[in-house]
Ligand binder design. Sequence first.
Ligand SMILES: CCCCCCCC/C=C\CCCCCCCC(=O)SCCNC(=O)CCNC(=O)[C@H](O)C(C)(C)COP(=O)(O)OP(=O)(O)OC[C@H]1O[C@@H](n2cnc3c(N)ncnc32)[C@H](O)[C@@H]1OP(=O)(O)O
Length: 178
Amino acid sequence: MTENTPSTHTPEPRQVPDWIPAFPVLAPDSADLPPHHDHCLGCGPANPHGHQLRARRDAHGVHAHHRFDSRHVGAPAIAHGGAVATVLDELFGLLLYTVGEPAVTRHLAIDYLAPILLDTPYTLRAHIHARDGRKLHLQATIENDHAHVITTATALFLTVDVNHFLTHNTPPHTDNTP
Ligand SMILES: CCCCCCCC/C=C\CCCCCCCC(=O)SCCNC(=O)CCNC(=O)[C@H](O)C(C)(C)COP(=O)(O)OP(=O)(O)OC[C@H]1O[C@@H](n2cnc3c(N)ncnc32)[C@H](O)[C@@H]1OP(=O)(O)O
């Protein structure tokens, strides 16, 4: 087949991963929410590079108790802002257990009000501020052990069909011409 011959290869349909249909809407008094899947960067117990975040539902949304460690260092003794963003994104991902539909991050905004120290306990909370069709407007905070809010975050998650996870979507406005 020459470079210009159109490909007639039809890719094998990918199977729906077990972890997608397995997501239930969990009761507010549930124990730790299950990880999205074992290797998830934010919550997977089998990912040695991950944050292994554990969260629970509560009356408002979800909360978690979490410590960053030396793997997440930015400035000495301070958590890297990207690591903090990962954990907040993950907390929002776990908040989806209150929604019952798959959704993904479209927009994430964070105010780092004070440094987050390594090996220090923090409480993270997230809730759904509003829903408008597919748009989930989410809010989160990180508090230190004096109940001072030191990080705030907002996110827009958009609900997606399961096919989102089965196809590699091309961005709608990508122009690859040189
Ligand atoms: C029973 C099930 C229960 C729960 C299930 C849980 C499932 C768990 C899922 C996953 C677990 C994995 C672990 C989670 C980890 C944490 C989450 C992540 O890190 S996710 C990865 C990072 N995110 C991406 O990779 C997305 C990449 N982006 C996309 O694929 C697309 O952009 C997508 C699908 C998000 C949206 O594309 P479009 O084409 O469908 O949507 P358009 O038309 O562009 O926008 C829809 C509406 O939103 C508005 N919109 C878009 N951006 C906006 C913005 N910044 N502000 C306000 N509105 C905005 C638009 O104006 C439009 O509004 P109008 O419908 O016209 O009213």
